[in-house]
Design a protein around this ligand. Structure first.
Ligand SMILES: Cc1cc2nc3c(=O)[nH]c(=O)nc-3n(C[C@H](O)[C@H](O)[C@H](O)COP(=O)(O)OP(=O)(O)OC[C@H]3O[C@@H](n4cnc5c(N)ncnc54)[C@H](O)[C@@H]3O)c2cc1C
Ligand code: SF4
Length: 338
């Protein structure tokens, strides 16, 4: 483990100044991912800038009817916030399917977006990994790749993004507000995480000297017809092999609006505009849902151990959309997956 200096940021401007003046510095929020990475020598910042005391802990309604979530709001507080439970239950369910209560108490909203892949080889510094060490190779492509990606992969990297919360945020079309030395900017959630391409070391389009200050949810919360299904090796305290966030707006049994995002299958939460367009105006039934699954999984490619994910994802998409249409969302406390 590389020794590091520690400093606490007084406000957002101070945090940006501290990070911008030291290229090897990193922010630390809840520390639930970064400390592990430092302990495993995957990351070795020479300086940690602690942002956990910044006043970014509110969940507030916006003037346009949405909700603004401070970057330091703990995952647990967000999931149990009355505004989120009532208006954005898809987000609450996705958060509560992740990690453990203790981790959710520590993990921050901003940090959750920036948690790094759980690819085994990324954590094993004895093996080549282009994400950890650009140009060294990808051990997963011909290795044990059961948990790796089937969509949006490149020859350089087949890692998945591990977050549950981000899958719901993608479906809800959240906006990420960030501040850096050049001022503030907003990034649509679809543009926040990157596909690996030939720069897999870059997970997001956030610049190293920018801080996430808040996440904005648009007014539409799909609170009547939604479901989050997470399929994993253990029924709790495990990352998703495949997850699906589904949100529908129905007029009788006709689909007026649809959002579907997949987790555990790509370097970012995976959406398909063709899949969502194919659902519009259709009866909310298995035929329409199977067509949407075909579009979502168009071009899916397995790498051996993870071939099973293609069929698993197809069934998970149909099941989650069916639950959303019936208004019977998957319950995280009901451990039976049927
Ligand atoms: C055993 C275990 C199981 C887990 N299971 C799941 C799971 O099932 N599902 C799931 O979704 N997650 C899971 N997690 C991951 C957990 O949700 C993340 O570790 C957590 O959300 C990260 O938030 P943090 O505040 O602790 O981030 P930190 O560890 O503090 O930071 C993570 C990264 O984000 C950067 N950062 C943090 N905040 C900001 C900001 N505001 N602006 C700019 N950069 C910032 C840091 O510099 C660092 O690079 C698990 C974690 C563990 C340890
Ligand atoms: S899939 Fe990506 S993270 Fe995993 S070994 Fe290959 S380059 Fe590294």
């Amino acid at each position: 483990m590389t020794p590091f200096q520690y400093a606490r940021a007084n406000d957002v401007a101070d945090a940006i100044r501290q990070i911008a003046t030291d290229p090897s510095a990193k922010f630390i929020a809840g520390g639930t991912n970064l400390i592990d990475l430092i302990k495993y020598d995957v990351e070795g910042p020479s300086r940690l800038v602690d942002i956990s005391h910044l006043p970014l802990r509110s969940v507030e309604p916006t003037s346009t009817g949405g909700v603004l979530i401070g970057a330091m709001v703990p995952n647990a507080d967000l999931a149990y916030h009355p505004m989120i439970e009532d208006r954005y239950p898809l987000l609450a369910r996705a958060i509560l399917s992740g990690a453990s209560q203790q981790l959710r108490n520590m993990a921050s909203t901003g940090g959750n977006l920036l948690q790094r892949t759980r690819c085994f080889y990324f954590y094993d510094t004895a093996t080549p990994c282009n994400k950890r060490e650009p140009g060294s190779g990808c051990s997963a492509i011909d290795g044990v790749n059961r948990i790796n990606a089937i969509l949006g992969t490149s020859e350089a990297c087949i890692a998945t993004h591990p977050s549950d919360m981000c899958v719901a945020l993608a479906a809800l079309e959240a906006i990420v507000h960030v501040t850096g030395p050049a001022g503030q900017r907003s990034i649509a959630f679809a543009d926040f995480h990157r596909l690996p391409g030939n720069t897999p070391q870059r997970d997001t389009n956030l610049e190293p000297d920018e801080i996430i200050t808040s996440i904005e949810l648009p007014p539409k919360g799909f609170s009547a017809n939604y479901s989050y299904l997470k399929i994993r090796d253990r029924l709790s305290y495990a990352f998703a092999l495949v997850s699906v966030a589904a949100a529908l707006e129905l007029d009788g049994d006709t689909i007026k609006d649809a959002r579907v995002a997949l987790g555990g299958v790509a370097h970012k939460p995976w959406r398909s505009s063709a899949a969502e367009a194919a659902l519009l105006g259709q009866r909310a039934d298995a035929t329409a849902f199977m067509k949407a699954a075909d579009w979502l999984l168009h071009g899916a490619k397995g790498y051996g151990h993870n071939n099973f994910k293609i069929g698993l994802a197809r069934r998970a998409i149909v099941r989650t959309l069916s639950q959303a249409a019936r208004g019977t969302p998957q319950s995280n406390s009901d451990k039976k997956i049927r």
